[in-house]
Design a protein. Structure first.
Length: 504
């Protein structure tokens, strides 16, 4: 996107011959609508290609790690520590007491959770409306700083309501009675994204499509509502950068504080003559660190997805926002690396499979696919209702162009999604080879059953030759290799290992 923005900017510069005009009227203004249309088309199509390519890359990694087969592990799923249900007869066998929630209990919980989420979203929209109404009233009374203050207030409101939501979302998802942590976190992640999107985008939609008909566009900005949108985009990305740094400082600061407090307590109880300086072991320092669980993972995903969503949906109002987004991503990447290795406890490992909703990324792949359609609708609306020549047309013609543009864009996205397969040819070939290897080895193990220790002479050579043949097709195109260690149940502790201990 940075390359596309640079190309469009150079086109505008060569067209105008003035760097001042390019910066103030394109990068920070509302002119050159054809260049903005081109950037919107590039953005939407690029993101659809990106999602398709991401699916392929994930499937490639899953194949390399051996996770694209059915889960045959005996390890139990991680229980949801917040789940509580009374013992009651099982719905499958009434003679057995079960702690699982019934279907009717889960349905009732989902309904109450959805209603609670919807009501809090309405409260969020009410807060946004009140903030801009106050800003408009101050602007009309001669206070030129009214709308600027409203912009900063919206940024603060986004973060404040986010912390309120972190508390309420636990209560809402608890009502759904999820027994396993993975299901609990998936439900909370989807609700958190929906709330975060409305909490963050409500102000932008209000400025872009409603303000001009209610309070009127602020006169303090040369391009009216469009200029105000540019101002809001800069504030939003600055806020994300600040909170990314906060994401590093707070966990590390809490860790140092706990270690310091522990050392102070030790010094108070130390016997005279003992050393007053103490060095904590690795496990002791781990115990002082913050947990890294589902809530923290959701927060880190949102810190990546939300700036991306701003670029996709409102990027044409501030063309160089892709550079600001890259800065946010780079800082967040280093923040997460530092936090996971230095400031938080090691997370509990969980197995990802392609059988989950959305694939290995779970609900976040569903979120990314939702963003493709949200970006399509928003960009079409910005172009039709805010840029020349469409903004001067009557409402009927605008709606015809708007719906036609959406249909064409969605058809192109569906075509791209169907043309680019989720599983690349290399991975499909690797899966077939893995399946063949598992079949051959399972057949060989069946033939060898009961003959361990009694295999001699030509049988040994025959078995060795068959095993060698089973391991032959391990070379993929390029430099990718498949090892038999990736085949389930073929490690040293697997049930088939005893059948391949051959005499010398």
């Amino acid at each position: 996107l940075i390359l596309a923005t640079a190309g469009v900017t150079l086109y505008v510069y060569f067209h105008t011959g003035s760097m001042h005009d390019t910066v103030h009227n394109f990068l920070l203004g509302s002119r050159y609508h054809y260049a903005r249309m081109a950037q919107a088309v590039i953005t939407v199509l690029w993101f659809q290609l990106f999602v398709c390519r991401l699916r392929q890359k994930i499937n490639w990694y899953m194949n390399q790690w051996g996770d694209d087969v059915a889960d045959t592990s005996d390890v139990k799923k991680l229980e949801n520590e917040r789940f509580s249900a009374p013992a009651q007869p099982s719905e499958v066998d009434e003679s057995v007491l079960s702690y699982e929630a019934t279907i009717s209990q889960r349905r009732r919980g989902v309904f109450l959770s959805t209603v609670g989420t919807f009501l809090f979203i309405l409260f969020t929209l009410f807060c946004v409306t009140c903030i801009f109404s106050v800003g408009a009233a101050l602007d009309r009374s001669g206070k030129s700083w009214g709308f600027s203050t409203a912009g900063y207030a919206v940024s603060v409101q986004i973060k404040v309501l986010k912390y309120v939501w972190d508390y309420l979302s636990l209560k809402f998802v608890d009502l759904e009675l999820h027994q396993y942590a993975a299901n609990f976190n998936s439900s909370r992640a989807l609700k958190t994204f929906l709330f975060s999107a409305i909490n963050a985008f409500a102000a932008f939609f209000y400025v872009a499509f409603t303000m001009q008909f209610t309070e009127g566009c602020p006169a303090t900005y040369p391009d009216g509502c469009w200029g105000y949108l540019c101002h809001e985009m800069v504030i939003i990305f600055a806020t994300y950068v600040i909170f990314t740094l906060y994401d590093i400082v707070v966990p590390y600061g809490m860790l140092r504080y706990r270690i310091h407090k522990e050392n102070v307590e030790r010094k108070k109880t130390a016997v005279p003559g003992e050393a007053t300086e103490f060095t904590m072991s690795f496990l002791e320092s781990q115990a002082k660190m913050d947990d890294y669980g589902g809530a923290e993972q959701i927060e880190d995903y949102c810190q990546i997805v939300m700036p991306l969503a701003f670029v996709l949906m409102f990027g044409i109002t501030l063309p160089f926002c892709s550079i600001l987004s890259l800065l946010c991503f780079g800082l967040q990447l280093r923040a997460d690396a530092f936090k996971l290795t230095r400031a938080t406890k090691r997370p509990f490992p969980s197995r990802c499979t392609t059988e989950e909703r959305g694939g290995a990324l779970g609900v976040w792949m569903v979120v990314l696919q939702m963003l493709t359609y949200m970006a399509t609708v928003t960009n079409c609306a910005l172009i039709v209702f805010n840029l020349e020549p469409f903004k001067d047309w009557n409402l009927t013609d605008q709606l015809v162009v708007f719906y036609s543009a959406i249909v064409v864009a969605i058809v192109l996205q569906i075509a791209i999604h169907n043309i680019i397969p989720e599983v690349s040819a290399d991975v499909a070939l690797a899966r077939r080879r893995h399946e063949r290897q598992r079949h051959v080895i399972a057949t060989l193990a069946h033939k060898c059953r009961g003959q361990v220790g009694n295999i001699v002479g030509s049988q040994v050579a025959d078995i060795r030759q068959k095993m060698k043949a089973a391991m032959q097709p391990v070379e993929l195109r390029g430099s990718h290799h498949i090892e038999l260690t990736t085949v389930p149940k073929l490690d040293s502790t697997g049930p088939y290992s005893q059948y391949f201990i051959l005499p010398e």
